[in-house]
Design a protein around this ligand. Structure first.
Ligand SMILES: Cc1ncc(COP(=O)(O)O)c(C=O)c1O
Length: 394
């Protein structure tokens, strides 16, 4: 047996082996999976824009006008008109001087954190931050101190005894696997007091929170005050890629020092054109954001009525924690048999012992379908004896 085969075997034994499932057709509230129509409850296309005709047409028009690819990194010959336009639109939407595009959210986080912190400095990171933030901390070679989830007292104790210059406090705005929201005013206050920058990842909050879906920073009234706001185009904006908003000077620095910006080909015109169209739809149709939040409430209430607990979720990301990986995947399969597709999430995406079914709601879901989905998942959980477990009883 090769070492890779042995490692795969170990993943299977631990219930952590993953495989790809093929979705036929575009993202939408319902999709065809292995020839069967199911309700899709694990897409981050929250506003239903990935398949919106106007967004598709904008991608096609950008491809025809500007080409399929950007040809080079932005600093070589890759900066094109659509990049400029989208950056200006995103900066205005978020209330910042400037925005800078990256190839993906993963690249935006790793590149920005590694540029803004270094040896001799300290980064403070919430324990439930996304993997791209964790990897950015690693790449920075700064000391990383991980504070307990949303625990500002713990963060302050770490800031007080920091073994170096506090450089950055970094947090998800909406936590990607838990659906709860970071205490941004308190984090900003600590950042000011200890001379660190605050960086907020709005991957899931853009299009969901704040006036017109401007995000968690805007919802907290802190646009322009939080130093760095990162967001993605792959979720509510229905496309692909990401951006970082900050002041003039910080963006100028990232242009020079963020390695995924310097050393990677610029985002392709079709995805940029699509994101621009999606952003203007979001601005013109803010009721999509209201529908998303109303739908999220319908699902949370439905799952609560079945006896599930959903942690501190107040958003469109709704987890039901099961614990171990195997029963989580068993529930995922049973729910699928009943026509509900919500992905089981296991380590290393979440901490050991906190595997969960993670639902993500879309503005385009029919509320009646969401109520039915909650009932089906409740029935599936009872079938395999999961709802009787004390940790799940509501
Ligand atoms: C909180 C968070 N940040 C960053 C990312 C990475 O973004 P992207 O998918 O654009 O790489 C994700 C998910 O993909 C995420 O959930």
């Amino acid at each position: 047996m090769t070492d890779v085969a042995a490692r795969l075997e170990e993943l299977r034994e631990r219930g952590l082996y993953r495989r790809l499932r093929l979705i036929e057709g575009p993202q939408g509230p319902r999709v065809t999976l292995s020839g069967r129509e199911v309700l899709l409850l694990c897409s981050n296309d929250y506003l239903g824009l990935a398949a919106d005709r106007r967004v598709r047409e904008a991608a096609a028009e950008a491809a025809l006008r500007w080409g399929a690819g950007a040809g080079a990194s932005r600093l070589i010959s890759g900066t094109m008109q659509p990049h400029r336009e989208l950056e200006a639109a995103l900066a205005a939407f978020k209330g910042y001087d400037r925005a800078l595009l990256f190839g993906s959210g993963y690249l935006a986080n790793t590149g920005t954190i590694a540029a803004l912190a270094g040896p001799g400095e300290v980064v403070f990171s919430d324990e439930l931050n996304h993997a791209s933030i964790i990897d950015g901390c690693r790449l920075s070679r700064a000391e990383t101190l991980v504070y307990r989830h949303n625990d500002v007292d713990h963060l302050e104790s770490l800031l007080r005894s920091a073994p170096g210059t506090p450089a950055l406090i970094v947090t998800d705005g909406i936590f990607s696997m838990d659906g709860d929201v970071a205490p941004l005013p308190e984090l900003l206050e600590l950042a000011h007091r200890y001379g660190a920058r605050l960086m907020v990842d709005e991957a899931h909050a853009t299009g969901a929170l704040g006036p017109g879906g401007r995000g968690s920073v805007s919802a907290a009234g802190l646009s322009g005050e939080v130093d760095i706001v990162m967001g993605t185009m792959g979720k509510s904006l229905g496309s692909y890629g990401a951006y970082v908003c900050a002041n003039e000077e910080t963006v100028d620095f990232l242009v020079n020092r963020a390695r995924p910006f310097v050393f990677s080909t610029a985002p392709a015109p079709p995805i940029v054109g699509a994101a621009l169209a999606a952003l203007s739809i979001l601005e013109a149709e803010p009721e999509r954001v209201d529908r998303l939040m109303a739908n999220a409430l319908v699902l949370r209430e439905g799952l609560a009525a079945e006896g599930f607990r959903m942690g501190d979720s107040t958003t469109q990301i709704v987890p039901i924690e099961i614990g171990e990986a195997e029963p989580t995947m068993a529930l995922c399969e049973r729910a699928l048999e009943r026509g509900v597709f919500a992905q089981g999430i296991r380590p290393p995406t979440v901490p050991e012992g906190s595997s969960r079914l993670r639902f993500t709601v879309m503005a385009t879901h029919d509320p009646e379908d969401l109520r039915r989905a909650a009932r089906e998942v409740g029935a599936a959980a009872r079938e395999i004896g999961l709802l009787k477990a004390p940790t799940l009883a509501g």
